[in-house]
Design a protein around this ligand. Structure first.
Ligand SMILES: [Zn+2]
Length: 400
């Protein structure tokens, strides 16, 4: 996901800026002073934690808030490393922060929270990034400071959560979908992937939003006079509200990327940005047994269904049969009282509680709405849990 960012160009700028103030700094001091702006004591420590630095030009970071710089910390480090008086240290600290800010260097907060390789160090990185002199403006830093709960951090759990959002499992089930992790910061169609803010009042979070650094890509053909390649890009985000104090998704927005048009006007193709065809990205599926959305990634643990819950494919067939015969209002207990009740994934009768939880979790994709404690089928469930020959054939077409 990340190639390490070289701090060398920033170090050179820093040393030159100090020299203009008449202070000589050795090249070895640059990295420590650079990372001090983010709250790290030494560059060695930031490296040990695997801190995912990125360079994102300031003008392109549209919806991101600027990285917070730790003033008091930088002053202390300047004093200690460059052995200067208080007055000079304050001046050099301001210069340091300016140079770092202008360079566009920042920490990739989505990687800190969600990159599986940082599982052991993310709490330490967040602790360094929290400036005790200022309340956090970033949700990620607020999580590290214990002001917000931790969201799910594993990709499997996040994809499962996304799949339960409105009709998203259905959307994924019907068309080839790919996982694009680590989307570029200058692609405005997916700028919500890098959202990271919290609104604190009296030290308590009122609202927060957090992008996941990823988007899901669905290729589709344009219907104009000439064939064109287009993509739906879905960038799910997590929301937090004081009234519902857990991280949840609510309505995944999709944007369109009309690649043929964009390339004709000198823009980039997705393949250019990805570094390979879209079809080389991990494929995202809906599990026909448990309906969880999951990604098929080489080297990653294969999807495993959670224990309990009905067999999804079998349940969808039963719901379609009910829709066909007009018996569209029912409770979980009614379903279990039917001849041939829904079974779990081991072929055993499912409990009413497990069935109710499942209907609630996937109500959008199943076409269900609750009225007065009764489920109502609003449409014939259109989720596709059987792989068709047509879907498999469409996978072989080039996606770039
Ligand atoms: Zn499953």
């Amino acid at each position: 996901m990340h190639s390490p960012v070289s701090l060398k160009p920033i170090n050179k700028l820093l040393i030159a800026a100090y020299a203009r103030e008449g202070v000589r700094a050795g090249p070895a001091s640059g990295p420590d002073l650079t990372v001090s702006a983010f709250g790290f004591w030494t560059a060695k420590l930031a490296l040990e934690y695997g801190t995912p630095f990125v360079v994102a030009p300031v003008s392109q970071t549209t919806r991101e808030i600027p990285a917070h710089m730790h003033l008091r910390w930088v002053i202390e480090r300047v004093k200690k490393i460059l052995d200067v008086d208080d007055w000079t240290a304050q001046k050099l600290a301001a210069i340091t922060m300016d140079v770092v800010r202008q360079s566009g260097l920042r920490v990739d907060m989505q990687a800190v929270l969600f990159d599986e390789r940082l599982e052991k160090s993310r709490a330490k990185i967040l602790k360094a990034l929290h400036d005790p002199d200022f309340p956090p403006a970033q949700a990620s830093v607020a999580i590290g400071a214990g002001l917000l709960p931790w969201p799910e951090t594993s990709l499997a759990a996040l994809l499962e959560l996304i799949g339960q959002d409105f009709t998203f499992a259905e959307v994924v089930s019907r068309n080839p979908t790919y996982l694009w992790n680590g989307v570029p910061r200058d692609l405005s169609e997916v700028d919500s992937a890098h959202l990271d803010w919290v609104d604190l009042r009296d030290g308590k979070p009122v609202a927060a939003e957090l992008g996941l650094g990823l988007c899901l890509v669905q290729p589709y053909d344009g219907v104009g006079r000439t064939p064109s390649q287009n993509y739906h890009l879905f960038s799910p985000i997590l929301h937090y509200r004081a009234a519902q104090p857990t991280w949840h998704t609510s309505g995944i927005v999709s944007t369109s990327y009309r690649e043929t048009d964009r390339v004709a006007r000198g823009g980039r193709s997705l393949a250019d940005m990805i570094g390979g065809p879209v079809t080389s990205l991990p494929r995202v599926h809906v599990c026909p047994a448990c309906m969880a959305v999951y990604a098929e990634r080489p080297g990653a643990t294969p999807h495993r269904c959670k224990v309990g819950g009905p067999n999804a494919r079998d349940l969808v067939k039963k719901l379609r049969a009910r829709f066909g015969t007009g018996r569209t209002a029912f409770t979980a207990k009614d379903l279990l009282a039917d001849a041939g009740p829904p079974l779990d994934r081991n072929g055993v009768a499912v409990t009413p509680e497990a069935l109710e939880d499942f209907l609630h979790a996937y109500r959008g994709s199943l076409g269900l709405r609750a009225f007065d404690g009764t489920w109502n089928l609003m449409r014939n469930p259109a989720i596709k849990l059987e792989r068709s020959a047509a879907a498999d054939a469409s996978e072989t077409r080039p996606g770039a």
